[in-house]
Design a protein around this ligand. Structure first.
Ligand code: ZN
Length: 139
């Protein structure tokens, strides 16, 4: 069995944003030369997510609005976590809702998706360097 590890790097210029990382994950699979196996993709930070959904423009706005309704960024003093001097309690909550990781099957060297599935990086406390781990196992 082969294993392959790679980190994707992000530095979004905004506090929040969504990036389709499907092609970067596929390129990592290509480099691994794994044809049959599993691919784990996880955010390495507790204020960012990796999730699977549809690449449809309206959804980018819908996710942002929905998450702001559930865990509004402001006022910062509504959260106990921010008593520590941080201002990112909302980012921790948004990350919890959107999830830490995805696992996708690799079949014949390709991500074995359902019809509209794409992999996204969700940033909730950006403007700094962040990492996403891609770990591939298989043959
Ligand atoms: Zn924090």
């Amino acid at each position: 069995m082969k294993t392959y590890r790679h980190e994707l790097l992000f530095h979004l210029p905004t506090r929040r944003g969504f990036v389709n990382i499907t092609s970067q994950v596929q390129e990592t699979i290509d480099k691994s030369r794994v044809r049959e196996g599993l691919c784990l993709v996880n955010a390495m930070h507790i204020s960012a997510s990796v999730f699977i959904n549809d690449h449809e423009g309206g959804l980018f706005e819908d996710w942002e609005k929905w998450l702001e309704k559930l865990a509004p960024e402001k006022p910062h003093d509504q959260y106990r976590h921010n008593d520590t001097g941080e201002d990112n309690a909302d980012a921790h909550l948004k990350r919890t809702i959107m999830g830490r990781e995805v696992v996708v099957a690799i079949t014949e060297g390709k991500l074995d998706f359902g019809p509209w599935e794409q992999i996204f990086y969700g940033e909730f406390d950006g403007m700094r360097r962040k990492r996403v781990l891609v770990k591939i196992i298989g043959e």
